[in-house]
Ligand binder design. Structure first.
Ligand code: HPA
Length: 295
């Protein structure tokens, strides 16, 4: 497998800048926090005050979203005193986008001045102690595409974004995880908030039984089709990251089981828990201070 994409597939600094410049020409809001809304979790963007909304189709160089449950617009606004930008709909490699396009918005956010990235996703539970509807605070990830050489950092490094060999052992900010945990307790939802390892796979098919078992053996607590690539790029450009997975289904790992994973179940569970997740993110932001490195 080629580990370096043809140059045509990679995006240049000027591409990212052109997108950031266009957004700056449309709104005076300067977000410090970006929120990526996972499948069925776009309602988070509805919480923002003073909203300015930009459909992806109007934004220069932006990919288009093609998945049910993903709306396809950027929403700027304020939430609990923080200037935010929300992605209502994200991009996935299974849509046919390469890893550079999937992560394109993250570098644009960085150029806009974003310092903190909150990522949410829908995920299948692998840890036997989890239940459908649990919220998992991501403490680490296994980036399957990246491990086999399909990383958005492949190709010449652009030092204006970050260093050639970024560290990933501190990808998920431990202070933000602690804050999220404490906030969940205060909100009375601590009983169904977990902490675990998220594994990103390519999808779009759900896992076979053998794959589910293998991922669990690797140390994954939940599996999904997004997030890790965006987080790698966010860390490359120095953003701090908080990740939340909503466990929408349990991965089938038993040959006796009659269960079958499906997207309708994923969307149904997000509907059931979306208010709790939104409430959690809102309360976390209410208590979150600026990135200490910025002060
Ligand atoms: N597997 C992969 N991705 C997912 C799942 C799953 O079971 N559920 C939601 N996203």
């Amino acid at each position: 497998m080629a580990t370096t994409a043809p140059a045509a597939h990679r995006c240049s600094y000027e591409d990212y800048e052109a997108t950031a410049d266009w957004l700056r020409s449309q709104t005076e809001q300067l977000p410090k926090v970006a929120i990526i809304c996972g499948s069925g979790l776009g309602g988070l963007a509805e919480l923002l005050d003073n909203r300015a909304v930009f459909p992806y189709r109007d934004i220069p160089n932006f990919p288009q979203t093609t998945v049910e449950g993903h709306q396809g617009q950027l929403v700027f606004g304020t939430l609990e005193g923080h200037q935010c930008v929300c992605m209502q709909g994200r991009f996935h490699t299974y849509e046919g986008y390469d890893v550079y396009k999937v992560t394109y918005p993250v570098r644009v956010f960085s150029l806009l001045g974003v310092r903190t990235l909150v990522v949410t996703n829908a995920a299948g539970g692998l840890n036997n102690s989890y239940n459908v509807g649990d919220i998992m605070l991501i403490k680490d990830h296994i980036n399957m595409p990246g491990l086999v050489g399909n990383s958005p950092l492949c190709g010449p490094n652009d030092d204006r974004f970050g260093e050639r060999f970024p560290c990933m052992s501190d990808a998920y900010d431990r202070d933000l995880i602690a804050l999220a945990k404490q906030t969940a307790e205060e909100q009375g939802i601590g009983a169904f908030v977990q902490q675990g390892v998220y594994c990103m796979v390519g999808g779009p098919n759900f896992e076979s039984i053998a794959e589910g078992r293998a991922l669990r053996t690797f140390g994954a607590d939940a599996v999904g089709m997004s997030t890790a690539l965006e987080v790698v790029v966010a860390r490359h450009c120095g953003l701090r990251v908080l990740g939340l997975s909503l466990i929408t289904n349990m991965v089938v790992t038993d040959y006796e089981s009659k269960q079958k994973a499906n997207h309708a179940e994923v969307l149904e569970t997000t509907l059931m828990r979306t208010k709790d997740l939104q409430g959690l993110v809102r309360r976390i932001l209410a208590q979150m201070t600026e990135d200490p490195e910025d002060l």
